[in-house]
Design a protein around this ligand. Structure first.
Ligand code: FES
Ligand SMILES: [Fe+2]
Length: 422
């Protein structure tokens, strides 16, 4: 059982917290690249309980800085975006992509330049990859190595990021992304639907038929991988092998070929989280507007769950649909809405000292244990966990496959099996 003190340590991410300090040391997705147009409107972003703006300058580079103008705190979301910088509409001070004040036209000419140079501006380095603008908010002089996961190296059209926004703490988001055991229950109606069968193919039946898979774990320098093994008759087993790249990413297992999804849970503040669903296909372009095609969204890629409801209307749960066979009654929009509803139903920051964990929660237990060790290590020594020069981020891939019963799933090459079956 977790103590309330550990729960606080894991969940609070403000500027003066141990977890906040640690999580800021990793590159995180801030917004979709497509959201920012050269010389277009700055994008207001809240991350880790602080407010920022991101903007694309005239030359295409992306700047990321405090939302409050360093002069007298007017919002730079209102700023003019021109001539490779943001110019505050209040008194005309201008800021570059590098986060320097480059003009302060309200100062006397003789000291204007010197004064501008003296203005303290808070800005952070950015990196664009995988259709996303990433930011490094940490304290180090130079940012850590960028985690170049395979989806960050694909041509345009092969990757589509979608952002969900949930009214809970980041760890609740992450834990839902790790929990393999709920799929058989919470998502059973979707697994059974035409849409679910179209996406999951044969997997649907494996997942529907066994709610208590055996879980096996392998440690990895970036976190761990989890094999959820189900038995299918006397001859075959079925493995869903998830990759967990802590502290944020869960790679969702899917068939060896075709579209895949990686998810991450990024704190907006203590009680609000950006849950990104990043769809990608290494071999072929995705269907345009993938989430729309599956009916999985409200129509807004930056808040794809905006119409999911809330506690006051029980997330639009439909009791009649339940009577007619729908498991959760949260109908119509696919798995993510069901996930978000149960996450939010726990309250903004769940009190983990009140839980009673079972065998199916081993993955949750493992993630918490690793995160607790990591946050203590970072707090006490300044050293960062889950990173390293020798990590091959591009090789991280979650996959699901059937294999002969009795074999070790670790020894199975799902690509070879698939080719043999074709
Ligand atoms: S508040 Fe921005 S220039 Fe004065
Ligand atoms: Fe789920």
């Amino acid at each position: 059982m977790m103590t309330s003190a550990d729960n606080e340590l894991l969940t609070r991410i403000g500027p003066d917290t141990a977890m906040g300090a640690m999580l800021r040391e990793y590159w995180v997705p801030a917004c979709r690249s497509a959201k920012l147009e050269a010389d277009g409107a700055p994008e207001r972003l809240r991350l880790f309980g602080e407010n920022f703006v991101a903007f694309r300058a005239t030359d295409g580079r992306v700047g990321f800085m405090q939302e409050a103008c360093p002069h007298r705190c007017a919002s730079l979301a209102l700023a003019r975006n021109e001539g490779n910088g943001l110019r505050c509409v209040f008194h005309g001070w201008k800021f570059s992509v590098e986060g320097k004040c480059v003009d302060a036209p309200t100062e006397p000419r003789v000291q204007r330049e010197r004064f501008a140079e003296s203005v303290p501006v808070r800005s952070h380095p950015t990196h664009e990859a995988g259709g996303l603008v990433w930011v490094y908010m940490g304290r180090k002089e130079s940012p850590p190595r960028f985690p170049d996961y395979e989806f960050t190296n694909l041509p345009e059209g092969h990757v589509q990021p979608y952002r969900g926004i949930i009214r809970t703490n980041w760890l609740q988001g992450l834990e839902a992304l790790l929990d393999s055991a709920h799929v058989t229950f919470l998502h059973s109606a979707n697994l059974n639907s035409d849409r679910g069968r179209d996406y999951f193919k044969a997997e649907s039946d494996y997942m529907l038929n066994d709610g208590a898979p055996a879980f096996e774990f392998d440690e990895r320098p970036y976190g761990f991988r989890e094999g959820a093994i189900r038995e299918e008759g006397a001859a075959r087993s079925y493995a869903r092998v998830r990759e967990v790249a802590l502290p944020f990413f869960s790679f969702i297992p899917s068939a060896p070929r075709g579209a895949r999804i990686v998810c991450c849970s990024i704190p907006i503040d203590d009680v609000t989280t950006a849950q990104w669903y990043i769809a990608y296909d290494t071999d072929a372009p995705l269907k345009p507007n993938l989430f729309g095609a599956f009916g999985m969204w409200s129509g807004d890629p930056d808040h794809f769950n905006s119409d999911m409801g809330d506690a006051s209307n029980l997330w639009h749960q439909d009791r009649q649909a339940m009577k007619e066979g729908h498991w959760s009654g949260i109908t119509g929009r696919g798995n993510a809405y069901e996930d978000f509803a149960v996450q939010e139903s726990m309250g903004p920051i769940v009190d983990r000292s009140q839980e009673y964990l079972g065998t199916c929660d081993r993955v949750i237990y493992r993630a918490r244990k690793l995160l607790l060790a990591a946050v203590r290590r970072h707090r006490d020594t300044g050293e960062l966990s889950f990173v390293g020069d020798d990590i091959d981020y591009r090789a991280i891939r979650a996959v699901s496959f059937a294999f002969p019963r009795g074999a070790d799933w670790r020894q199975v090459d799902p690509y070879e099996l698939q080719e043999a079956a074709e």
